[in-house]
Design a binder for this molecule. Structure first.
Ligand code: SAH
Length: 407
């Protein structure tokens, strides 16, 4: 029997179902690497079943706190299938307005190191830990059995390949096996809130699209009628499309990625041709490849009615939270200074360490420095296909506010 003994005093969080065991909490390992282990407390009572991998930066991932459970191949398949079935309401959406959503959200869905998103007939799996890499075949088969997509694309998450000792990889899976596409695969089209988006299989950032902001994009619409809008860190234009549908006068989309902005223009074009947005929308959109921190310094003052600030994860780990807080403050301070009196800022953080409470403090600092009053109109989190698991606070990573700036 493979066993791991936890140091006395280090078991509390784990007994509360936090699934990560770091090396500092381990008293003794009697196990081969990359295998299921029985995790015991210091007095040798059962704590949980886990997966041990000495090469992972989290050497043990806890999987089940039920001693009767058997963690075999069928457990992995069942756990994936249960995760998918928990998204019933997304599959049952008769309106057909949205067919892009997350079906597996790693630890929040009792798995580790794997997220999976549906994009119409394509499924993207992102692997961020060795435990998920070792089980990817089972995951792909279980997902295919249940959903029968045209293709499953599996990629390793660049943010974690180095610390997990994985290679940057893209794999294609269909009919129970991996294959190499001959030539470039056709682009995939999917829908979110009745908009059409295009993505190239295996390309784009992260899983190719940010479904977590779905509900928040909808919520900015009511502020955009007749508005001059700045979509900061626009990626492929999901907020831009909502602003246009709501009747924005103009949208300036800023991003550091040229391919993303090109795709944004394609998405505007596609949705204009399909009458999802007003027919002169293309003329209202300007894009600029830039660094948002520099650009906010030079944009015109008292010009924008609505500013969206959706930067990438600025704190990738806890030790970066302080530096990231300064960056969030700088960005919000500039937006508060430049926006019109009575303007609306939709501001977000997807850094786990910068939560609603800290973001609120950051906004208070920014308001003091730019000499404005702020009203919080709406408090925002990730959409419900990215559930927060209470025993795993790290899953609460996306937050934001819609605020009104009073000068
Ligand atoms: N709002 C988007 C998602 C934004 S993801 C949506 O709804 O789909 C963050 C984006 O910020 C990425 O597209 C990335 O290319 C861009 N980015 C990263 N650093 C940046 C910087 N310094 N200035 C401008 N854009 C940046």
């Amino acid at each position: 029997m493979n066993t791991i003994i936890i140091k006395d005093g280090k078991e509390k969080q784990l007994l509360n179902h936090h699934p990560w065991v770091f090396s500092g909490a381990i008293e003794e390992v009697k196990a081969t690497s990359a295998s299921v282990v029985k995790v015991l407390t210091a007095d040798l009572s059962f704590l949980a079943w886990g997966w041990y991998d000495e090469l992972s930066h989290i050497p043990v991932h806890l999987l089940s706190w039920n001693e009767e459970e058997i963690i075999d191949e069928s457990w992995w398949s069942r756990t994936i299938k249960k995760s998918i079935l928990r998204r019933k309401e997304f599959f049952n959406d008769k309106s057909g307005a949205t067919n892009a959503f997350r079906i597996v959200f790693s630890e929040s869905d009792m798995l580790a190191g794997i997220t999976a998103d549906v994009y119409g007939k394509m499924i993207r799996i992102i692997i961020s830990a060795r435990i998920a890499w070792d089980h990817k075949d089972l995951f792909a088969k279980a997902i295919e059995d249940l959903l029968h997509p045209d293709v499953i694309v599996i990629t390793t998450d660049k943010l974690y390949t180095k610390i997990e000792g994985l290679k940057e990889t893209t794999l294609f899976f269909k009919d129970g096996e991996y294959f190499t596409p001959d030539g470039k695969m056709d682009n995939v089209f999917f829908k979110e809130d009745d908009f059409i988006f295009e993505v190239a299989p295996g390309s784009g950032q992260k899983s190719g699209f940010y479904c977590d902001q779905r509900d928040n994009r909808k919520r900015i619409e009511k502020y955009c009628e007749g508005a001059t809008v700045l979509d900061g860190c626009s990626y492929t234009g999901a907020f831009t499309l909502h602003a246009l549908r709501a009747g924005a006068k103009s949208v300036l989309a800023l991003d550091s990625s040229d391919p993303s902005l090109r795709q944004l223009l394609r998405n505007v074009h596609i949705n204009q041709n399909s009458n999802k947005i007003p027919e002169n929308s293309r003329d209202k959109v300007t894009t600029k490849v830039c660094n948002i921190f520099e650009e906010l310094r030079v944009i015109e003052s008292d010009y924008f009615d609505v500013i969206i600030l959706d930067p990438p994860k600025l704190a990738k780990k806890k030790s970066q939270v302080e530096t990231a807080s300064r960056a969030y403050k700088d960005m919000n301070r500039l937006a508060m200074k430049k926006i019109k009196d009575g303007g609306i800022i939709a501001t977000f953080s997807c850094s786990g360490g910068v939560d609603l409470a800290l973001l609120r403090t950051i906004l208070a600092w920014a308001a003091m420095d730019s000499n404005v009053e702020i009203q919080i109109l709406e408090t925002l989190t990730a959409a419900s296909d990215h559930p927060v698991r209470l025993s795993f606070p790290e899953s609460d990573y996306l937050c934001g506010y819609i605020i009104k700036v009073i000068k």
